[in-house]
Design a protein around this ligand. Sequence first.
Ligand code: ADP
Length: 482
Amino acid sequence: MSDQHIHIHFVSMECYPCAKVGGLADVVGSLPKYLGQQGAEVAVFMPKYRMKWFEGKKFDYKHVSHFYLHQERIDYGVAEVLNSGLDFRLFVIDVPGKLDRDGVYAGSNGNFFGDEIQRHICFQRAYLNFIVNAEHTPDVVHCHDHHTGLIPFIMQHCDGYRSLASVPVVFTIHNERYQGAFPWTMHYLLPQFDSWKAGMMDWANLVNPLASAVKCAWKVTTVSPSYMEELKYNSMGLESLFNQESYKCQGILNGIDWDVWDPATDPYLDHKFVEDVDDYKEKNKLALLEGSQLDPSFPLVAFIGRFANEKGADLLPGIIEEAMRRDLQMNFVVLGTGDKWVEHQIGILAHHRPDRVAAMITYNEAVSHKIYAGADFLLMPSRVEPCGLNQMYAMRYGTIPIVHNLGGLKDSVSYFDGDNGTGLKFNSLDFYHIFEEFQRAIYLHGAKKLLTTARNNGMSADYSWVKSAGQYMDIYKTVTGR
Ligand code: ADP
């Protein structure tokens, strides 16, 4: 293209505010704006879901065609959303019957769709058909997570797409626990490929989209430097791959959308931050606890997130029970959905101890903002944490994170030593270490001056995208030779 901008396509299953399950959406919905400020022009490509955000939008179809998924004719369209209200161009991949669902990975009833392999392949093929037929190809295709992991292979080794082989592909791993692997017996879903290149899709005798992307992408990034290192010895069987490909891998810490997550302007907050952190925290805590039986004078520890093993959500009921058994002077507020056993246990705790535990077993963006503002501490007992955004939102909102010291939590939270630092961390995921930090939290909560310092440290630290966007720009420049 003739202008000075680097033209990037983000390809992702999620994008905030259109469709969000977790951090992937937050990143894809915010990074383009910050890249835009540094000389890139990003267009985001995502599925056209049958979800609320898409209602009433105007779609300008740029490409309408069909392909065959084995014997099934797939009609699809690629359209730009004209009235998205976003800071970047948004395109949707419209595949009726496959992508027009009422959820990203699972329906609104919580059940997974069961045809994710077909859905992801349709998404990737429709996107690639669009660019292979477009007048201009992007300077860089930036794929996010395993759902888009076959794109670099298809661009290089599949009939009908090899004209894209010289377009650089960057692949970002937001979560390596999900690799999208499927048996080779389903290879007929893929476009015709060079059979002697099949190894570039294979890992452990399966088609593994995540592994394939690591092999075929020009550059691979993860969402924090520590997580990148951890993948070399803990990555569900891909350890040797990450060691082998480490020359092209880089960890870049996520930032947060400074405008969306701003306690001074956040429309979800009953009391916005003006200048006195303690006053703002107290008012938001009272608003949050209104109608509950929780005593606001106790430290309030929050958990927000998916009830998933990697988040350590299964440990949560035990931790809360133990805190009550020890009669610790702290209360808990939990917001999340996921594992049914965890949902049930947390529900029971809230039912039996409404004086100590408040639980919302749901996904609610507004409530999450109110909790970040109203809680004193945010607990993250993650087993794996590629980056984690919750702790950054918490710190920006004056809530002190108590986190397992690994992955992105290690890179973004520094231990509060009474003067400097923004949070509390435990090095081992066991009661002994967690409760040691809980005791510190209770002490900190009672030592008002220290509490104010820790809150202010968190609120004034910089988690913005500016630095990280610069690192992505360096990668784009390297792969395009600009
Ligand atoms: P992951 O992407 O692994 O789930 P992240 O920490 O990267 O974890 O991002 C989680 C995002 O999802 C944050 O924006 C968090 O506030 C949000 N979130 C998770 N669960 C809920 C929920 N039940 N209600 C509202 N927001 C939620």
